[in-house]
Write a protein that binds this ligand. Structure first.
Ligand code: HEM
Length: 172
């Protein structure tokens, strides 16, 4: 069970441990690149993975596009069911949003996908998203990662990629 697909059936931390680490990573995880930037910004970005010599790319450790797609599907379903923040998405084209999220995560984790959506500042401008809204969304993502039993290491790395986006998304 050492291939990347096994990640979605390994792991098994408690929900509480998951949420605790998610909070810590959302706040402190900043060692990775920020994705979702403009083309100009992206040109100057470092390659995100592998993070250590000899280590497989995070993309592959997560299970590649099928696993990322499954996590994004569950994540968006969790957001849709989350009364704290689902109002934000009332007029959003959900299939397009999912496509952008899969490409964004794929690109950020070292996969072949290319993110073609707007940069994070532009996409969230005017939505008046608070820190509480942001934390709720991260919680919904952690829940999705939990559903697929993504191990602690990969979960922390992924959250570490997304956490630094907060400064461009939270505007209220
Ligand atoms: C790290 C956290 C987040 C990431 C990675 C993220 C990523 C994205 C991406 C890739 C898009 C698509 C951009 C495009 O259409 O060009 C998007 C759109 C959107 N995001 Fe986020 N987002 C995050 C946090 C949030 C939060 C906290 C909220 C609100 C609670 C939110 C609400 C929205 C909405 C409503 C749209 C659609 C805007 C529209 O339809 O025009 N996002 N986000």
């Amino acid at each position: 069970m050492s291939d990347s697909r096994s990640l979605i059936i390994r792991g098994g931390q408690s929900r509480r441990a998951f949420l605790r680490s998610a909070g810590a990573v959302a706040v402190f995880g900043g060692a990775f690149l920020v994705v979702g930037c403009s083309d100009d910004d992206r040109k100057s970005m470092p390659t995100p993975v592998p993070t250590r010599p000899g280590q497989a790319k995070l993309y592959d450790r997560l299970g590649g596009k099928p696993a990322i797609t499954a996590v994004v599907d569950a994540f968006v379903a969790n957001v849709a069911a989350d009364a704290r923040i689902n109002k934000f998405f009332a007029n959003t084209d959900i299939p397009t949003l999912k496509m952008h999220l899969v490409n964004q995560i794929g690109e950020a984790t070292g996969g072949p996908e290319k993110y073609t959506g707007r940069d994070m500042k532009t996409a969230h401008a005017g939505l008046m998203i608070t820190k509480a809204d942001f934390d709720a969304l991260v919680e919904d993502l952690v829940k999705a990662l939990d559903q697929f039993k993504v191990p602690e290491q990969e979960k922390m790395e992924l959250l570490g990629l997304l956490g630094p986006m907060e400064k461009d998304i939270v505007t209220a």
